[in-house]
Design a binder for this molecule. Structure first.
Ligand SMILES: Cc1ncc(COP(=O)(O)O)c(C=O)c1O
Length: 450
């Protein structure tokens, strides 16, 4: 069996770090300057998760390219971790946003765009009622609130290895059968065992057991896990989730934030799922902050109908800027002209090519790795077979190799999503971009096999 020479990996990482520092002098200076005023030297902490010893500072993002302040151009397969999945600054979105900005950014009044957006979300995802949020995190938080209102229950259930944004009660892990705060997260406001049940993905028995006491308001899940690598549902699993949640009166919320990569109506439409609620965000307004959550007639009847009758201003489902005119104008045009079938028809074959190329290199070099694809998203892992659940995915993590491949790519003009080896195809990505990645991937492996 082929062995990875880990000493060699460490030596190359050191060499690549030096190369990175030498070739990114302006970014380095900006980072040192920024550290005096910004926590961690960045406006948002994920931005230091990139593999260099400091982040590259971006000058701009165009289509599938990013240019940094040192003048390097990158083929961007991270695409803002899905926020820019359809390319940076889509032309139609930018034009509509600029038009709207001249006419009022936020007025605390609905605009005509919102009517179109509501109908379009219903058409795509199948749920009749929608409300807008600022982010996918917000959409998840608000959908959980609605599920609690609808059921009169307090607890929620999520899956080990999940990420649904910074929603307190979802920042958890399953360790030795117990729900515990997620590693690295700041302490939760309420102990997780009071708010959350957690089970492994692809295990209907555990789910059934966790819901049998009928005290869980909602199951919040991605239909395919994407945040500890791609984990596909086994045959019949999601149908089982639907049956169990229905039988126990638990609201089934599908988070389509990442799985929207499966098609224009997300994984839900592609696989004819019938959730009670759906949440979306990230690319929905071409990168302008916006999200949305949808609800079934039944959830609407049990929640909003009463709430609207009482006309309460503070129901916990939004903020001053939520549903602003700019976000709605951007959502409308992005749904109309950007997140469309034609774009997927271009992106998915590229993702297939990316996946097949990686599989070929893995096979030819003999490294015990594998690659998985979901729609426009591809991810390779440092283990021989795809994990079935979060525990297996977490156990298979290899931070050293992770750092190695990301840094190797970065120094050669490729950006992969920092948290895992994930690549997204945009409509602007090309076969040449994919081939470039394949060549670098092969080279990076040949450097370290013993
Ligand atoms: C599945 C999923 N849901 C929700 C979110 C939260 O998105 P945002 O950070 O844009 O609020 C994320 C973020 O990565 C996510 O992966």
């Amino acid at each position: 069996m082929i062995q990875i020479d880990r000493n060699r990996v460490r030596t190359i990482i050191d060499r690549e770090q030096q190369l990175f520092s030498k070739t990114h002098l302006k970014s380095k200076r900006m980072f040192e300057h920024a550290r005096k005023s910004l926590i961690g030297g960045v406006p948002m902490n994920w931005m230091i998760e990139w593999p260099g010893s400091f982040p590259i500072f971006a000058k701009g993002g165009y289509g599938s390219r990013i240019i940094d302040v040192d003048g390097h151009t990158y083929v961007d397969f991270c695409l803002g971790d899905t926020g820019a999945m359809f390319g940076h600054s889509p032309k139609a979105t930018v034009e509509a946003a600029v038009r709207q900005m001249r006419k009022g950014i936020t007025m605390m009044l609905p605009t005509e765009d919102s009517v179109w957006v509501g109908e379009e979300l219903t058409r795509r995802f199948g749920l009749p009622y929608w409300q807008v949020a600022m982010t996918a995190t917000d959409a998840n938080r608000f959908s959980l609130r609605m599920a609690r209102e609808a059921t009169g229950r307090r607890k929620i259930l999520v899956f080990n290895g999940c990420y649904h944004g910074t929603v307190d009660e979802t920042l958890v892990r399953l360790v030795d059968g117990q729900v515990v705060p997620r590693e690295g997260a700041m302490p939760p406001p309420i102990e997780p065992e009071l708010t959350t049940r957690i089970v492994e993905f692809n295990d209907l028995n555990s789910l059934e057991k966790a819901l049998e006491s009928h005290d869980v308001a909602a199951v919040l899940m991605e239909p395919v896990m994407t945040n500890c690598g791609i984990i596909l549902p086994e045959e019949g699993y999601l149908e089982g989730v639907r049956e169990i949640t229905r039988a126990t009166g638990t609201v089934w919320i599908i988070d389509e934030t990442h799985t929207w990569c499966a098609g224009p109506g997300g994984y839900t439409a592609a696989h004819r799922l019938k959730p009670d609620m759906i949440t979306v965000g990230k690319p929905i307004a071409g990168g302008i902050p916006a999200g949305a959550f949808g609800a079934s007639q039944e959830i609407f009847d049990k929640t909003m109908r009463n709430m609207l009758a009482e006309t309460t201003g503070v129901n916990g489902l939004g903020g001053t800027l939520t549903g602003n005119a700019l976000a709605l104008a951007a959502m409308r045009v992005t749904l109309q002209k950007v997140i469309i079938k034609k774009a997927y028809d271009r992106m998915i074959p590229l993702a297939e090519r990316f996946n097949e190329s990686i599989e070929r290199v893995i096979q030819q070099t003999g490294v015990p790795w594998h690659s998985v694809r979901l729609g426009t998203r591809v991810e390779y892992r440092f283990g021989p077979k795809p994990p079935r659940n979060g525990a297996e995915a977490i156990a298979a993590k290899d931070p050293l190799l992770n750092k190695y491949v990301h840094l190797y790519d970065l120094n050669r003009g490729i950006l992969l999503t920092p948290f895992h080896n994930m690549a997204l195809m945009s409509p602007h990505s090309t076969r040449k971009d994919v081939n470039l990645h394949t060549a670098i991937f092969r080279d990076s492996i040949e450097q370290i096999i013993a």
